[in-house]
Design a protein around this ligand. Structure first.
Ligand SMILES: CCCCCCC[C@@H](O)CC(=O)SCCNC(=O)CCNC(=O)[C@H](O)C(C)(C)COP(=O)(O)OP(=O)(O)OC[C@H]1O[C@@H](n2cnc3c(N)ncnc32)[C@H](O)[C@@H]1OP(=O)(O)O
Length: 715
């Protein structure tokens, strides 16, 4: 791509005698433009007048081989400034409104004169020059205009009320000119510079001042004014060799009434205030039409009576959110089959099922319903512990985009030591299909004894674990930074990171999010019982029994009952159950399928023995691989061989029939024992311990395999 030139273009730069204006004029002059160097030659307070500043810049441009003329008019006489361009060069293509003065005073001390002068130069001056140039631009079907605003205008600045107001006025002026000029190829953009100039030399710290060279901003302005640049109506901030775009954003807001016939009371506003001001789903709107369009949509839903007391919370997410969540619940490259949760280009890239609790959490956090849920009490976040969670999938969930959630409190129970608030959250896609049902029980410590009922009907019940030793146990360690990482997925409750807040809530130190512990547990469950495929999960329920401290080791015990997997999570260091009454319902159980799907799946659905062994292989393929070997698994009936499978530990494969070649090891079990195993009346590990599950052949392999079986048997 070639250099960006301005040959044949006439550029007017106001206030070009020094600072930014001079840098613009010199740059345009060096790029082939004919430049009108406007400068009244006044001081920075708008006092005095001299022609030397503009003349010096014109001389400099000419010395460098460029073309320029000086103009000494005040920008308030904008038509005279533009006339200079027409008289000398016969046209005008680019107008840079840069001239400005300061009359800084604290608001209480601003005089009418301070106000009027600043407005006259910045706002009226930019209006007058643009007013003169605009018809010419229109006629020639080309024009580029720059308005100069300031961070003082965008954010306010002590002592600059007059200047801030004028500078923000220029943003409005530019926005409308951009709309009106667009069809004639007239672009109008705003530059928000922070530069070392006459205006700022004794205002900015010296080390910053030294880096704020106008020459570092001039190329940004020049690019905005080039014919190849399509930017229009934008606010571009630039300083110190950096540039960025600024936009005004609007919160998702909240309807303040539920029926079109209702009025709005001050209390309605108070009750919705958190939602009104929540910026979590804030968006930039491109036009006034878009802004009024959004209002019309709100009105339509009021008219059609679609708005119940439920507010709709929009959860906007990308693949990055899915990955951040997975890392927050311990997904790791340590487990090669978890790459799909943390790498967006993996062909099976997926979200862990518990990720889809996040929209519900956001809906609850942005709603103010919980605060006033207990009669006569105000609930504060510091009192809330996550009590229980349920999630159920009703449709295929997206991997990025928007999800819409409605939450409602369905029951408030008086548990004595606290109050249990049951909330249902329904999550929909953009087409309005119900995809996810969540239910959260928030346990509000110390908020009991309010005279409410202890038992209710709305909470989805927990389920007791089967009365036998677990079928499988998997462990994983949380890190000391687990909560610090997990909270980035949206639950920024300080209880999990701020030691002082933890003390206020009655804990010695910050505790882990209940949902983080749940995420760990379900991740392990998906690995062991769903072949790593999260879409197998239909529903999940769990109760948080005791807190977990980041850094503790979690052990998850599993019991399979058909397609329901009961589980219980404990902290290994303290041997304390932290999640109980929990289960996952799977669409089907994938545990019986070969790990490597290059081998066809045997129909082993009821084969408990196989499940046990495959669980071992699947739970830790690396360990299985390190044991190595190919072994045969035989079922005997009346002392004769009845069925056989091959387990290829080296390649982590399981398939029906005998292996090719000689197996290194053979496991044998009698049919009657196998039946007991299949019915769950004899535990696989117990069978091994009692010698009913025999290992012959390669004793070395058997010896290596035995500790895995035994280790599990001990738990
Ligand atoms: C806005 C969003 C909403 C949700 C936001 C969540 C925000 C997050 O940032 C917060 C968190 O993640 S907190 C961390 C995770 N949670 C925990 O650590 C809580 C662990 N549980 C406990 O400490 C106790 O069970 C405890 C303290 C909860 C209860 O213990 P006790 O007071 O000793 O109660 P107990 O005597 O055992 O039982 C009394 C009655 O309460 C019921 N109950 C007990 N634990 C419950 C629980 N976890 N959930 C729901 N109900 C529970 C009991 O069943 C009993 O009732 P009943 O007699 O009728 O059976």
């Amino acid at each position: 791509m070639g250099d960006l030139r301005f040959d044949g273009r006439v550029v007017v730069v106001t206030g070009a005698g020094a600072g930014l204006g001079r840098a613009y004029a010199l740059l345009f002059g060096s790029r082939g433009a004919k430049v009108v160097v406007n400068d009244l030659g006044g001081g920075r307070h708008g006092d005095g007048k001299s022609s030397s500043a503009a003349d010096a810049v014109v001389e400099e441009i000419k010395r460098n081989g460029g073309t320029a003329v000086a103009d000494y008019n005040s920008v308030v006489d904008g038509e005279k400034v533009i006339k200079t361009a027409l008289d000398n060069f016969g046209r005008v293509d680019v107008l840079i409104n840069n001239a400005g003065i300061l009359r800084d005073k604290s608001f209480a001390r601003i005089s009418d004169q301070d106000w009027d002068l600043v407005h006259a130069v910045h706002l009226k001056g930019s209006f007058k020059t643009t007013q003169a140039a605009f018809p010419i631009f229109k006629k020639q079907g080309y024009g580029r205009i720059i308005m100069t605003s300031s961070n003082s205008g965008l954010y306010g600045n002590f002592g600059q009320a007059n200047y801030s107001a004028a500078k923000m006025g220029l943003v409005g002026l530019a926005s409308t000119i951009a709309i009106e000029g667009a069809k004639n190829n007239i672009h109008c953009n705003v530059i928000v510079p922070t530069a070392a100039s006459r205006l700022t030399e004794d205002i900015l710290p010296p080390d910053l001042y030294a880096e704020l060279k106008p020459e570092l901003i001039a190329p940004v302005v020049a690019y905005l004014c080039h014919e190849s640049c399509t930017e229009n109506g934008s606010i571009i901030e630039s300083a110190a060799g950096w540039a960025g775009k600024c936009q005004i954003i609007r919160s998702n807001g909240s309807l303040l009434r539920t029926k079109i016939t209702d009025g709005v009371s001050v209390e309605n506003v108070r009750d919705k205030w958190q939602k009104v001001t929540s910026m979590s789903n804030a968006e930039h709107l491109d036009s006034i039409q878009e802004a009024t369009g959004a209002l019309m949509t709100s009105l339509d839903s009021l008219r059609s009576g679609e708005v119940k007391d439920e507010e709709v919370d929009v959860y906007n997410f990308t693949q990055k959110d899915i990955i951040l969540y997975a890392l927050g619940v311990g997904a790791s490259l340590k487990n090669p089959n978890e790459l799909k949760f943390i790498y967006e280009n993996d062909e099976d890239f997926s979200a862990l099922p518990t990720f889809y609790i996040m929209p519900a959490m956001q809906a609850m956090f942005t709603s103010s319903k919980l605060e006033s849920a207990i009669p006569g009490k105000t609930v504060s976040l510091a009192q809330i512990l996550h009590g229980e969670q349920y999630i159920e999938f009703l449709g295929e969930v997206p991997k990025e985009g928007k999800l819409f959630s409605k939450n409602s409190i369905v029951e408030v129970l008086d548990k004595g030591s606290g109050a249990a608030i049951v909330q249902n959250i329904e999550t929909f896609d953009e087409q309005g299909n119900l995809l996810i049902r969540n239910q959260t029980v928030a346990f509000v410590v110390g908020a009991g004894n309010f005279g409410g009922s202890r038992t209710g009907t709305k909470a989805i019940p927990c389920q007791s674990k089967p009365p036998r030793v677990p079928d499988l146990s998997l462990t994983d360690k949380t890190t000391i930074d687990q909560a610090a990482l997990y909270r980035l997925s949206g639950d920024t409750n300080p209880l999990h990171i701020d030691p002082n807040m933890a003390v206020v809530a009655g804990f010695k130190q910050p505790i882990l999010h209940g949902l983080c512990t749940l995420g760990f547990s379900i991740r392990l469950l998906v690995r062991a019982y769903a072949g790593g495929d999260p879409s197998f999960v239909k529903a999940c329920k769990a109760r948080f029994m005791k807190p977990v401290i980041p850094g503790q080791t979690l052990r998850v015990d599993f019991w399979r009952e058909g397609s329901r997997i009961h589980f219980e999570t404990s902290v290994v260091e303290t041997n304390t159950v932290v999640i109980g009454g929990a289960y996952v319902d799977l669409n089907s159980v994938k545990v019986m399928e070969p790990i490597n799907n290059s081998v066809s799946a045997p129909a082993l659905e009821s084969d408990a023995v196989f499940q046990f062994i495959i669980d071992q292989v699947k739970a830790d393929p690396n360990k299985a691989k390190s044991i190595g070997g190919v072994f045969l698994y035989k079922i005997t009936k009346n002392g004769k061989e009845a069925k056989q499978w091959t387990m290829d530990l080296k390649n982590a494969k399981v398939y029906e029939g005998a292996p090719e070649g000689k197996p290194s090891t053979t496991l044998t079990i009698a049919d009657e024992d196998f039946m007991l195993l299949a019915q769950g009346k004899l535990q696989p590990q117990a069978a091994f311990m009692k010698g009913k599950l025999k290992i012959t052949g390669n004793i070395m392999l058997a010896q290596k395999l035995a500790p895995i079986l035994k280790a599990n048997a001990k738990l």
